[in-house]
Design a protein around this ligand. Structure first.
Ligand code: CA
Length: 219
């Protein structure tokens, strides 16, 4: 397993290197964005830990270029920003996970392991009860049968499945859709949730409305 970590802060970069080495990974360090971009273009990595605020080329731009080349390695974005909007921007640009500074090394280590496990499975499968989402192929199955979903329903389900047991805010969902679906109101989300519930009826999958907050996929 080979990991690239792009971080311009010396202390954090050093700590990252030590942690990855301790976990038994081969790790390369890029200290600015252009260097990270070059290494990603010329070498093969299993995972990228990417600081948002990098000199010359920021993390989001490195990420956009990576995804534009159809490179699918998992990416954990590190950032001092912790606003929902920033998080959504990061996920939209193609990050698989997101960690706000300061964070505990043990938490990052756990997420690295989780993403590498997922990567090893071949594709990004999200499973819950009898529901299975292939986020690479953008297909869904319910109890082994293909489940027809609109693009909007797929994204909604994906967001909920990524955080089973946790509330996904309505705001985050509205922002998420508004990017590619023009202006969407709360109402559109409610309609999509209503349709999803109907499609998932009888499958033991429960999406709870958390009043004035958002929605939760029950564990
Ligand atoms: Ca930085």
């Amino acid at each position: 397993m080979r990991i690239l970590y792009a971080e311009d802060d010396d202390d954090l970069g050093y700590a990252l290197g030590l942690m990855l080495e301790k976990l038994g990974y081969k790790a390369d360090h890029a200290r600015e964005g252009r260097e990270a971009d070059l290494m990603l273009r010329t070498q093969s990595y299993d995972l990228l830990i990417l600081d948002w605020g990098l000199p010359y080329l920021d993390g989001i731009e490195v990420l956009r270029r990576l995804r534009a080349r159809a490179q699918t390695l998992p990416v954990i974005l590190l950032t001092a920003k912790d606003e929902v909007e920033d998080r959504v921007r990061g996920l939209d640009a193609g990050a698989d996970d997101y960690l706000a500074k300061p964070f505990a090394m043990s938490e990052l280590a756990a997420r690295v392991r989780a993403l590498l496990r997922r990567g090893n499975a071949g594709s990004a499968l999200l499973q819950h009860a009898h529901l299975c989402l292939d986020t690479a192929a953008r297909t869904a199955q319910l109890a082994g049968q293909p489940l027809a979903l609109t693009a909007r329903e797929f994204v909604l389900l994906e967001r909920l499945l990524l955080q089973v047991g946790k509330v996904v805010s309505k705001r985050e969902l509205v922002d998420r859709f508004s990017d590619w679906d023009h202006e969407l109101g709360d109402n559109a989300i409610e309609v999509a949730i209503f349709r999803l519930r109907r499609k998932l009826q009888g499958a033991g999958i429960v999406i709870t409305t958390v009043r004035s907050l958002g929605y939760r996929m029950e564990a």
